[in-house]
Each structure stands twice: as structure tokens, then as C-alpha cells.
Design a protein around this ligand. Structure first.
Ligand SMILES: [Zn+2]
Length: 231
């Protein structure tokens, strides 16, 4: 099975269009959170961004796995708003689109989408190799270490859950830290991957995963192409 892993698209329509165009080369596309952008770098408000991405998901032809990130989440502030708290993404679940809190099997592998701000747990995890979409990378893997400061901003809760679990994920597909020390790392028995973020790039930095050969490849316009074997 071939997977395309992207993250932190941050409401860049041309990156979404690139992902839609590439999807036919893969069995599934995994988006590891931060589809929207809350920093106001765009004229478009959060609710309109969510509406645009929902339309994009509806028009997507292929198999999609999506988990939410911190930018995909806003508070309802006490008013009725079923798009708040990641609700806009929850609504998009279907046979072809697996969203927060859901898992599905494809190509013999269980893939689970972890909702942002939820505890790290995977009750449905099978005993074999499986794949976790989790916006923040685990601590101690290097993929959550900010390159410029050396500070590990990876998720300690996830790191602890990996060590404590009898069925830890084989691969953890993340994003969140835009310029990490490394695009790939390990914690316990799990591999961690972060496609990284290059705001000026014509297409998003991304990772391809071939589960048969075990080759995982980081592809960027600025840093080139880097493979690693994970079997
Ligand atoms: Zn981000």
C-alpha cells in the first residue's frame, strides 16, 4: 500500500489542489491536522475556511484520513456552533473519509485519526502493525524538537502512551512543529514522521510511505528527497 502523508496545509488552496491532484497515485492520503489557519495570515475567517475545506473534501476523489490540529479547533464560547471544537471536520466522516476519533482498515493496516485535545488512547488498536494520525509528534523522537531552539515540544502524553501500550502504533504521522530538528525519529517501538512546513514552497513538503518495501521518503522542494527504511 502507498500512502501520502501531508500536514499543516494551513489554508493554502494551491496546496490542497496539489494534494487532490496527487491522490490518484496513492491508496490513501493522510492529513495530520492544521488544515485551517487561525493566525489571520488570510483574509478568510475560520468558519469560511472550514466551509472551503469541507467543499474540498466533498470533491476529493480517493481515500482520505484526516485528524484535527490546534488550528482546526475553536471554542463555541457558549453559543450554538456545531462547527466549533473540531465539529466542522467531524461532520465529514463517510465511507471514503475517516475523521477524528475513527479508525479504518486499508491495505491490511488499521489507521486511526486522533482528535486534537483528546487523551492519547487507541482502544481499537489491533495487535499487528497499525498507523496513528496524531497532530503533535511524540516527545523524545526529534520530530517534535524545534530546530532553531532545540526545545522538545513533542507530546509527552503520547510518548508515555507509546511506552505504556502493549499495542503501540508502528508509524505515527504528525506535523505541528513546522521546522523540526528531524523529519523522522523513533520513540519506543514507534516511528514518528513530520513532513515539515515551508511557507514559500510551491507544493507542501510531504512524505510517501510504501508499506510493502518499508521505504518512507521525505520529499521537499528546498531540502531534496530523503528515504528511510522502517521494516
Ligand atoms: Zn501548523
Amino acid at each position: 500500500m502507498k500512502l501520502l502523508h501531508v500536514s499543516d496545509l494551513h489554508f493554502r488552496p494551491h496546496w490542497f489542489e496539489w494534494v487532490a491532484k496527487e491522490a490518484c497515485h496513492y491508496d490513501a492520503v493522510c492529513i495530520a491536522g492544521d488544515l485551517l489557519d487561525m493566525f489571520g495570515t488570510h483574509e478568510t475567517g475560520m468558519r469560511d475556511q472550514a466551509a472551503w475545506v469541507r467543499t474540498w473534501i466533498r470533491g476529493f476523489s480517493g481515500r482520505l484520513f484526516v485528524c484535527s490540529g490546534n488550528h482546526d479547533w475553536w471554542d463555541s464560547k457558549g453559543v450554538v456552533d456545531n462547527d466549533a471544537h473540531g465539529g466542522w471536520l467531524d461532520k465529514m466522516g463517510s465511507n471514503q473519509v475517516t475523521v477524528d476519533g475513527q479508525g479504518a482498515v486499508i491495505g491490511g493496516y488499521h489507521i486511526f485519526c486522533h482528535p486534537f485535545r483528546f487523551p492519547a488512547c487507541w482502544p481499537q488498536a489491533p495487535s499487528g502493525k497499525w498507523i496513528l494520525l496524531h497532530h503533535a509528534p511524540p516527545a523524545y523522537a526529534g520530530t517534535g524538537v524545534t530546530g532553531s531552539t532545540g526545545k522538545d515540544q513533542g507530546c509527552r502524553e503520547l510518548a508515555a502512551a507509546i511506552i505504556g501500550s502493549p499495542r503501540p502504533p508502528w508509524l505515527i504521522l504528525s506535523g505541528h512543529i513546522h521546522k523540526p530538528k528531524s523529519w523522522r525519529g523513533r520513540h519506543g517501538a514507534s516511528w514518528s514522521f513530520n513532513p515539515t512546513f515551508d511557507a514559500e514552497a510551491p507544493w507542501p513538503n510531504h512524505i510517501t510511505i510504501d508499506t510493502e518495501s518499508g521505504v518512507v521518503t521525505w520529499i521537499t522542494s528546498r531540502e531534496g528527497t530523503w528515504p528511510v527504511r522502517v521494516l
